[in-house]
Design a protein around this ligand. Structure first.
Ligand code: ARG
Length: 462
């Protein structure tokens, strides 16, 4: 308590104020980053000649001991010591004696906490990118092994044109790849060192800001001490990237819920990723997908909390910034949990090829291909569209598919439609294979995209 309040406020704090004030139950999660930052700062103080080498060694070793106490579960976190920073410094001073009081020379908790958070985000981004890559590996593996499976594409959730299951899975993969890129971009921007910015106005000590930045593997010291201590756009950026990721995972999960319904029957989740009902014995529910949709709501909430926290903040530091920890910690946790569960669910589910293929038999999914055939016979596309539209109407009235219309009916619409090649246009497999252009679903194109994506992931971090 006296450590936190210093000589200016020697009297005890009100109980209600202490509860509001203390953040150690949340920010103790930053102990690794805090210790690493403090060790770099201590060495930097020695290089700058502000403290002796011996003192720096004592501080670094004392901090090591604090770390092992925390990791052994022997550290007693004291809410009266406010936060992770004061708890660690107080214990350090108990261990090493008065020299512990030298650690905070030329430093404030304002540059300290900003440093901790940047280190935390950097590490979390690396873990989350790896989890996205793992999910994408599953999608790539399945795209390859199940490349033969045909299914319709959809627009407005109405059957549109024939395609492959792999084409659909690779669409998810592309979207997730951008999520990883967004995180990588954010990492690049946040990787700067606030240490040396002090409370707000820097320090009069000749601190080795470059050396400290380098030791902490930051790209450079932050250029402005007010900005370094007051800005949290890096948190908004990471949380925004995670909210977008959450929305993407939610979209995938929406499809898993629909696809695993008896109405669609495209996909069966493994038992390990399903749950039952406490009342209805027959139930097998896609809770994994529903829970991930739920996590996306939380992810949007976390980013909203961070935006709102910062929008009325004057430069520099304001104490409400203490509330930035929970949203970013939870955002990282929600994203990771969702990614890992979805990876398991998609790695172990069964895609029902027959049901997927059967969905091509209704809905006139080759109508565009028939119109394209007419275009190749010299009919302007608008006219071809009109002719085939009329045939679909006719097929609907007779309750048959386009491919089941008699040669007489087809010929009446356009003479070339009676030719056998016209029937080729109505074969879904052939329709898919015709679309071998970049971005299309033809088998060779998909397999090439799978290998290209594997190579991209291999070089992703570099
Ligand atoms: N626990 C604070 C936070 O998380 C850091 C301490 C800064 N406190 C202060 N009074 N300047 O932001």
């Amino acid at each position: 308590m006296t450590v936190a309040r210093g000589g200016r406020l020697p009297n005890t704090i009100d109980e209600a104020m202490q509860q509001l004030n203390s953040s150690v139950d949340v920010d103790s999660a930053l102990y690794r980053e805090d210790i690493r930052g403090s060790q770099a700062h201590a060495r930097g103080l020695a290089r700058a000649g502000v403290i002796s080498r011996e003192d720096a060694d004592t501080l670094v070793q004392g901090l090591e001991q604090v770390r092992s106490e925390i990791e052994a579960g022997k550290f007693e976190w004291d809410p009266a010591r406010e936060d992770v920073h004061m708890n660690i410094e107080a214990r350090l001073t108990e261990i090493v004696g008065p020299v512990g009081g030298k650690l905070h020379t030329g430093r404030s908790r304002n540059d300290q906490v900003a440093t901790d958070l940047r280190l935390y985000c950097r590490g979390s981004i690396d873990t989350i990118i790896e989890a996205i890559a793992e999910l994408c590996r599953v999608l790539l593996d399945r795209s390859e092994t199940e490349v033969a499976a045909l299914m319709p594409t959809y627009t407005h959730l109405q059957r549109a044109q024939p395609s492959r299951l792999s084409h659909h899975l690779m669409a998810w993969q592309e979207m997730l790849c951008r999520d990883a890129e967004r995180l990588r971009d954010a990492r690049l921007r946040l990787n700067e060192s606030p240490l040396g910015a002090g409370a707000v106005a820097g320090s009069g000590f000749p601190l080795d800001r470059e050396g400290v930045a380098e030791e902490l593997e930051f790209g450079r010291p932050m250029r402005n001490s007010i900005d370094a201590t007051a800005s949290r756009d890096f948190l908004m950026e990471v949380a925004s990237a995670l909210a977008i990721l959450g929305v993407h995972l939610s979209r995938i999960c929406e499809e898993i819920v629909i696809w695993s319904s008896s109405e669609f029957g495209f996909l069966t989740l493994s038992d390990a990723f399903s749950t039952s009902s406490s009342m209805m014995p027959q139930k097998k529910n896609p809770d994994v997908a529903e829970l991930i949709r739920g996590k996306s709501a939380r992810l949007i909430g976390h980013v909203t909390a961070l935006y709102t926290l910062e929008k009325s903040l004057c430069f520099g530091y304001g104490r409400e910034l203490q509330e930035d920890k929970e949203p970013i910690f939870q955002a990282c946790r929600d994203a990771l949990q969702s990614l890992r569960a979805l990876t398991g669910a998609l790695g172990t589910c069964t895609f029902q090829h027959e049901r997927l293929r059967a969905a091509l038999d209704r809905g006139h999914v080759c109508a565009t291909d028939l119109a394209d055939y007419l275009v190749l016979q010299g009919v302007p596309f608008r006219e071809a569209h009109h002719i085939v539209g009329g045939l679909v109407r006719e097929a609907e009235e007779r309750a048959v598919q386009l491919s089941e219309l008699t040669p007489e009916v087809l010929a009446a619409a356009h003479t070339t439609l009676a030719q056998p090649e016209a029937q080729d246009a109505l074969d879904p497999e052939k329709a898919v294979e015709r679309r071998g252009l970049i971005g299309g679903p033809a088998r060779a194109r998909i397999l090439a995209e799978v290998s290209a994506a594997r190579a991209r992931w291999q070089h992703f971090a570099s």
